[in-house]
Every structure is written in C-alpha cells, then in structure tokens.
Design a protein around this ligand. Structure first.
Ligand code: GLU
Length: 446
C-alpha cells in the first residue's frame, strides 16, 4: 500500500510554526516511502474559513518546498458526509440529542461537583420515539452524537507515544453535527481519510483523545484505521508557546530573512535528540526521518538556533541560488566575497554598497594619514594583478615595518569605512584600482 499522508489545516488563519512542523513531518514521511503527501483544506466552517488563507497555505507550503501530490477541500464533500451520516443514523451509531448548551453545562458542573468525570449521560438515548416526535413538533432541532461502542476497548500503537489504551466508557459520545446541520471536525475528517486512502495520520498530541473516538468511527464506517502518531507540542525557549511564537508564520520568517532550508532543517529534527544539520537536503532529511526518534517531552523552538542555522545555510548558497535577490550589478565574485559575512541574504546590499561606494570614512590621526598616503603611492605604482591586497600589504609591511592590526586596520577603514567585514583580498579587486586610490587619497588628505 502506498504510504499516504495528509496535512489538514483549517483556513481560518495563517500557518504558524507548529502547523509548519506538522506539514513538514507528513511530507517527510511520505517522501521517505516514495508515497503521497496530500493537502486537505478543512473548510467545513464556512463562517471562519477564508479564501485568502487557502491561498496563503498553498504559498507557504510552496515557499517551504513542500509540494502536495494532491489537494482536497472538505467544502466540496458535503454530499459524501451526508451519505455516511444517514448510514450511521440508520444503524443507530449516530443519534439525535436535544439538550441545550445550558443544560449540558449544568450537567457537567453537577458531575464535576460530585468529583465525577463530566461524561455525557446519554440522556437522549433514553427518549422514546413519542418524546422525540414531541420535541420535533415543538420546533426543537437536534444536534447529533456518535455512539461509542462501550464494549470495544480502544487501542492503538502510536508511532511516537507507543501503546495507547482508552476505555470508551470513560469518554463522552462526541458531537459530530450541530443543530444547524453544520459539521464538527471529527467525522468529516474520518470520512475523508478513508476516501483519500490516508495510511498515516501524524498530528499534534492535542488530537490524542480525538483519535480515540475517531478509531471507532473508522470501524463504524467499515474501514481499518490508519497508523497514528502524535507529536509533542512545540514550546519556546521560555518553556511555553508564547503568543508571539504561536503566531509566527512563514511570512514572518521570510521577512526576517530566514531561508526555507534553515527552517526545514530545524523543524525536521526538533523534538528528537538528533543533531540539526543544515547541510542536509530534503532527500537526506527524508531518508533519515524516524518517528521513533521523537520524544514525548515538548519540543523547544529556539529562534537563536534558527538564526545560526540560517547563517550557515546562507554561507552555502551559490550565486545561482540567490542571483535574483542580489543588488543590481552584484555578480558571482561579489557574492563569493561577501557571502561569508552574511547571516541573511538581504544584508548583501549593505556590503555591496561598501564596494560601490560612497562610503563614510572615519577621521584618522596624522600618523595614519601619512601611512595611508604611502599606501596610495604604493598602490598607484603597483601592478594590480590577481591579488592586489597581498601585493600591497606585503610591500607596506616591508617599507613601513608595520604588522598585524597596525598594518591592516587603517587600510580596511579607509577602503571600506568599517572596522570589520569580508576578506579584503576578495573585496579589493571588486572595489577596483581607481576607486581604491581615490579612497586612500581621500582618507590621507582629510
Ligand atoms: N483541521 C484539523 C486541525 O487543523 C485537522 C487535524 C487532523 O490532522 O486531523 O486541527
């Protein structure tokens, strides 16, 4: 059977870092097995679902390089849900309930007050046909619950959490449909997972109790449940998912100059004790992906780590990778020279400006001005060659007796306006002889 995974976001907002991680892991799981990764837009909630978020989800996945092998939309499956619903109602596995939210709330409070678990008492199952008819006649429309089979203990081997066991008698029959006919997430998801041939459901541990009841829904619909795995939730370095981190999405990362490869490298391994390795490409990450490496402790998302990874990803990007994001005129030699100094591709412009000028030089004292004018003289007379920097500094070392910082720093400051930056040997050829001479003259005569 082809491994088929799915990512099933509700288009009620942008994807955040936790969703992105779930999407990535489903993608890796499918890719590793040569299977399919499907996108399912869970848009049964017509009020809250918005087309712009559907677009944004597609764009975000594309930016990350997670291309789905197919896309489905729940809003085009209503007829299928209706059919399955009718089937389950006629077999008695789905039943109508008439309690108002206030009544349910009161029942919960009473049970909790007695120290009992707030499990729905199945009062609606005790109604006679006449009582139901009377309610309907009085204009009461029911909501609908799935009747859990109390005689079938729920068990599965979770890909991350190991053996799981739930007593269905300790769970409330889940509401699957509201009185206005709209669907809750539980049943449509199962119907679609069956129809889409989903073999592996990998999602956050906030879905563990949903899985317990959904397993019985798979059986009620005559299907074998898929394999389930539930990942520990993501937390920030401060120990919980802060509001900021909880809403951090692709657009924020992109605007902050984070490369998709850095985010993918980090999220692929976050929650395992395997080292994060930014040099691994998607295939290498996929072949090494292993759910059994994931722990049950919350996975810590560290933005500082992401920044470090980003720098090392940037240092490996080729000119072809970034050409269209570079400033006008900056060629391959420019990229090669400047790349080691960048944490973000977007900083290239700042350094390119150092090459093309104008730059702002510091004021030098007289002794240094003399040195800089010696340098200008020397440079003017020198064969430019392949490595003008080493030719220049080699000669100045001999004639002036300067060495180390005293030799290099005034030159760097005069030529770039800065105390640090890319290797001068790479930078000077880019600045060019004429401009370099102008900068040295300028600095020595001020
Ligand atoms: N739409 C559901 C959610 O976003 C999908 C959960 C699932 O993966 O089944 O929570």
């Amino acid at each position: 059977m082809t491994v088929t995974t799915r990512f099933a976001p509700s288009p009620t907002g942008r994807l955040h870092v936790g969703n992105i991680r779930t999407a990535l892991h489903n993608w890796l799981l499918a890719r590793q097995a040569g299977g399919r990764f499907l996108l399912r837009i869970d848009d049964t909630d017509r009020e809250r679902s918005r087309e712009e978020f559907v677009e944004a989800i597609r764009e975000d996945l594309a930016w990350l390089g997670l291309h789905p092998d197919g896309e489905q939309r729940q809003s085009s499956h209503f007829e299928t849900y209706e059919n399955a619903f009718r089937q389950l109602v006629s077999s008695g596995q789905v039943y109508p309930c008439y309690e108002t939210p206030q009544e349910l709330d009161l029942m919960r409070k009473v049970l909790l007050g007695r120290g009992l678990p707030p499990i729905y008492d199945r009062g609606a199952l005790k109604l006679t046909a006449e009582e139901r008819a009377a309610k309907e006649a009085a204009g009461e429309t029911p909501h609908w619950r799935f009747r859990l089979d109390h005689d079938s203990p729920i068990e599965w081997t979770d890909g991350i959490r190991g053996a799981q066991h739930f007593d269905p008698g300790q769970l409330s029959d889940p509401v699957i449909r509201r009185a206005d006919g709209s669907w809750l997430y539980m049943l449509p998801s199962v119907i679609d997972d069956i129809a889409m041939g989903v073999t592996n459901v990998l999602r956050g541990e906030d879905h563990v109790s949903n899985t317990a009841t959904q397993i019985q829904m798979f059986h009620a619909l005559g299907a074998e449940p898929p394999r389930f795995a539930h990942e520990a939730l993501l937390v920030g370095t401060e120990g919980k998912l802060s509001k900021r981190l909880g809403s951090l999405g692709v657009a924020d990362f992109r605007d902050a100059g984070i490369e998709p490869a850095a985010l993918v490298a980090l999220l692929a391994r976050l929650g395992t004790s395997d080292p994060v390795d930014p040099s691994l490409d998607a295939d290498a990450l996929a072949s090494a992906f292993d759910l059994s490496r994931f722990g049950r402790a919350p996975a810590r998302f560290d933005e500082a780590e992401l920044e470090r990874l980003n720098a090392s990803v940037v240092h490996d990007l080729t000119y072809a990778d970034v050409a269209e994001r570079l400033p006008e005129g900056m060629g391959e030699a420019g990229w090669e020279a400047i790349r080691p100094n960048l944490s973000h591709v977007g900083e290239a412009g700042e350094w390119w400006q150092v090459v093309t000028g104008p730059i702002e030089q510091p004021d030098f004292d007289e002794e240094i001005r003399t040195y800089l004018s010696q340098a200008a003289e020397r440079l003017a007379g020198q064969e430019w060659g392949d490595d003008p920097w080493h030719t220049l500094t080699g000669a100045l070392k001999e004639t002036t007796g300067r060495k180390g910082k005293a030799l290099f720093m005034p030159l760097r400051q005069a030529l770039t306006g800065r105390d640090h930056g890319p290797d001068m040997a790479a930078l000077l050829p880019l600045i060019g002889k004429e401009e370099a001479l102008e900068r040295l003259h300028g600095a020595s005569s001020r």
